[in-house]
Design a binder for this molecule. Structure first.
Ligand code: SR1
Ligand code: MG
Length: 407
């Protein structure tokens, strides 16, 4: 019998069954449990435990001492505490948009949470070219509530600083500082560039001094702007969807950083879905419909975020000086500028760096994949360099459309 109460170890599927039986007060005493490890992310182990008698199920997510993608990344299992605490907070700020948390175990570094198996991971669904018309509405509400309501504009400043302490996340931040802000912009040995894109990356990205300088500024903005409690990894693999509901998962990269980091990640990952559709859908009508759905979603995420942010600001702002005429617009403007920059960084890093996205790697035709990558890089660089002038949903869509014209 495994000992779950003294010392951490990485669980197997049968350990997870035993853990569910002995450490969780969730299943019936006579439950017939089975388990499958279903994690496909870069970091953790995700066990789905099911009672075969009645299909009742739960997720046990365990943080290992190193990342799954490579044991070069030694990441503190404390990320599970961060994840469980922020899920509880996000559930208060944006009810219904995160899974229910049942239990956090600081010895086994695991959390037990609601099984969302009637949902689909959004990236997987988008690769099948499914559409989710309510997504822009849902994700914009989630981002306004979690980002604005955790900021100094709304929160008591001392309470906010307590949250800054609680969610200081140095190891996971270091991964982002390296993989998003540093390595993609020089010929770093850890990069993993597709053969068909190597020459273009060298010329267009690595040989551009201005781009390197701008990414240096952005890295310091990421490290020093403790603006909002951000999710920190809000790509389409961190979002579960079904027709009428959206759930945000995996907030283990959460910390106090620039609010635009989350918004920019959402937009970049919609662009990956667009690139996939552009190069893999054969039927012209189907392609047209799908691409226009993604364009509308990009536009709506930005514009609905902006609109809801302004309304929530007027209702919730507590900081006296933030009520000065023009300050709301100034503050939102800087978030949208960061959104554009981060969208560009994410577009570049998923093509050049170690952690790719399936939307692009699943394009089997090498020429088409190289073209898809080129579009992402051209748009990515534009979002970074022109971040001063990209503000509305239509501006984000235009950058994408202009990049396509160049390929
Ligand atoms: C070592 S982790 C690589 C990437 O996976 C996570 O989902 C984050 O996006 C991170 O950058
Ligand atoms: Mg993740």
């Amino acid at each position: 019998m495994a000992d779950f109460q003294t010392k951490y170890f990485t669980m197997t599927e049968s350990d997870a069954v035993e853990y569910a039986k002995t450490r969780l007060n969730f299943f019936d005493a006579d439950a017939e449990l089975s388990c499958k490890e279903i994690g496909d992310g870069n970091l953790n182990y995700v066990f789905r435990v099911v009672d075969e008698k009645n299909n009742k199920s739960i997720i046990i997510k365990q943080a290992g001492p190193v990342a799954r993608i490579s044991d070069e990344f030694k990441v503190s299992p404390d990320r599970n505490r961060i994840e469980s605490e922020i899920l509880a907070l996000q559930n208060e700020l944006a009810p219904g948009f995160v899974p229910k948390m049942y239990q956090y175990d600081p010895i086994m570094n695991c959390t037990a949470m609601e099984d969302l198996s009637d949902y689909e991971i959004m990236r997987t669904a988008l690769i099948k070219h499914k559409k989710f018309p309510l997504f822009a509405d849902h994700i914009s509400t989630f981002m306004v509530n979690t980002l604005l309501f955790t900021s100094d504009v709304v929160m008591n400043h001392k309470e906010k600083k307590e949250l800054v302490k609680k969610f200081t996340n140095p190891e996971l931040c270091e991964i982002t500082e390296d993989l998003v802000y540093t390595e993609p912009f020089y010929d770093c040995p850890r990069n993993d560039v597709f053969e068909g894109s190597k020459e273009f990356v060298r010329e267009y990205i690595w040989n551009d001094q201005k781009l390197a300088f701008e990414t240096a500024k952005l890295k310091f903005e990421f490290m020093t702007n403790a603006q909002s409690l951000i999710h920190g990894d809000l790509h389409t693999g961190s979002i579960f969807v079904k027709e009428d509901s959206t759930k945000v998962i995996d907030p283990e990269f959460a910390f106090y950083g620039p609010a635009g980091y989350d918004v920019g990640n959402v937009i970049a990952n919609l662009i990956f879905a667009y690139a996939n559709g552009l190069f893999t859908i054969e039927d012209e009508n189907e392609k047209k419909e799908y691409l226009s759905y993604i364009e509308d979603t990009i536009r709506d995420v930005i514009d609905q975020f902006t609109e809801k942010f302004k309304i929530a600001w007027d209702e919730k702002v507590t900081e006296q000086v933030a009520k000065q005429p023009g300050f709301k617009e100034y503050y939102l403007d800087s978030i949208l500028q960061d959104t554009s920059a981060v969208c560009g960084l994410e577009l570049c890093r998923r093509i050049i760096g170690i952690a790719h996205v399936k939307d692009i790697t699943s394009i089997t035709d090498a020429d088409k994949r190289a073209k898809a990558e080129k579009i992402c890089l051209i748009a990515g660089k534009t979002f970074i360099l022109n971040r001063d002038s990209i503000r509305q949903g239509k501006d984000f869509v235009k950058v994408l459309q202009d990049a396509i014209k160049e390929v």
